[in-house]
Design a protein around this ligand. Structure first.
Ligand SMILES: Cc1ncc(COP(=O)(O)O)c(C=O)c1O
Length: 378
């Protein structure tokens, strides 16, 4: 994909399954007995605003979770070791490389506490995922926010310059939330290779499995030689476990031990521990999640192309698109149509972030948007 011309239209032509989505999904679910879509919200609204996995947890995870209920009265010690071992095997690393968190957001908080200080700023992109910035609120730490480049990559050159003056924590969200765009791994690697040990890199790869752009590759290869690289991953996205709260860091054993000192005791809970381990052994879970995501993405692309609304290329389970109007009004109107979408991501206030639900949910979104067009709202 040509990332230089980042604003896209007409992309749907090359994508599969843009129509007839219900049939394709049904066929997919039939091929994979035991998997079923997650439930709607009790309110009946369709949530397309939090980058969740609409398929719900895998059948294997559900079974493991139900089996673990009998241990809900026990502290979760027996679940922690097997999960760490299973994760290490899954990733091809050592158990000592892993730090578990209450979602990957705990890891972001822990990295802040473990490596920042009054003279150690956080260097981030703008806009990017907000959590690590939010964790600065209780500490008088400096945040240096560098706007994304014109083609919506992290501005590696400017971030590097900002971090070069003193020890710093640098946050890379790759693919980036909320834009869904990729920053060239080569550019990041060049910096990591030369950076002093006092520059700590927090590499958030929450959407790794959805990536299609080959200018991205994972940062795991650095962890043994570079104790200043922390790779952050989550079970919330492709594994559909956002409600169970399980994430982790992969880093050098010394770094992992340091991070561990700042995590909460007795984590994860027994249900998250059991479901997490089982998810890793469910071979189809990643390909199934990616296939449904591609199908939903194609519906979104087709709809936006039809309406001539610009959108950004995405390597995730969401995308940003133009709304030709005021964001708050647009979100409110979508809510009235039963669809929860977006939130403000300054400075991109002319864009909405849309999370991909099930294909039939995206069909509902598409008809709502077409109706908006008829009314002259988009
Ligand atoms: C880039 C990124 N990192 C981390 C998270 C937090 O995920 P978790 O549920 O693991 O805390 C999210 C959630 O949306 C995210 O987009």
């Amino acid at each position: 994909m040509d990332r230089r011309g980042f604003v896209t239209s007409g992309m749907a032509a090359g994508l599969v399954g843009a129509s007839g989505s219900a049939g394709t999904l049904a066929a997919l679910l039939e091929r994979t007995p035991g998997i079923g879509p997650g439930r709607r919200l009790p309110s009946g609204e369709i949530r397309l605003s939090s980058n969740e996995n609409p398929l719900g947890i895998s059948a294997a995870a559900k079974e493991a979770l139900l089996g673990a209920l009998v241990d809900a009265n026990r502290y979760p010690t027996a679940y922690r070791g097997p999960l760490i071992d299973g994760l290490a095997q899954y990733l091809g690393v050592k158990p000592t490389n892993i730090t578990l968190g209450f979602g990957s957001t705990e890891i972001l908080q822990v990295a802040t506490h473990a490596f920042q200080g009054p003279n150690v700023p956080l260097v981030i992109a703008e806009p990017t995922f907000e959590d690590i910035n939010d964790y600065q609120d209780t500490a008088p730490f400096e945040v240096i926010a560098i706007p994304l480049t014109a083609d919506l990559q992290h501005d590696v050159g400017r971030m590097r310059e900002a971090a070069s003056r003193r020890p710093s924590v640098v946050y890379f969200c790759n693919p980036n939330n909320p834009t869904g765009t990729i920053t060239s791994s080569r550019d990041i690697d060049n910096w990591i290779a030369d950076a002093p040990a006092t520059t700590t890199f927090v590499m958030d790869e929450a959407y790794l499995e959805y990536v299609t752009d080959d200018s991205f590759w994972p940062s795991l290869k650095w962890i043994e030689q570079k104790p200043n690289v922390i790779v952050v991953r989550t079970f919330s996205k492709i594994f559909g476990m956002a409600g169970l709260r399980l994430g982790y860091a992969v880093s050098h054993p010394n770094t992992a031990a340091r991070l561990d000192e700042f995590t909460v005791q007795n984590s994860p809970n027994v249900l998250a521990g059991a479901a997490g381990l089982a998810s890793l052994t469910d071979n189809g879970v990643v390909s199934r999640g990616v296939a449904v995501n591609e199908e939903s993405k194609a519906i979104v692309h087709t709809t936006l192309d039809e309406l001539g609304l610009e959108y950004l290329p995405t390597n995730t389970n969401f995308l940003m698109h133009r709304i030709n109007g005021e964001l708050g009004t647009y979100i409110g109107r979508m809510r009235e149509a039963g669809l929860l979408v977006g939130r403000p991501f300054p400075p991109m206030l002319e864009w909405n972030r849309l999370s991909f639900g099930l294909p039939n949910e995206m069909d509902q979104w598409a008809s709502a948007l077409k109706d908006f067009r008829k009314k002259g709202w988009v």
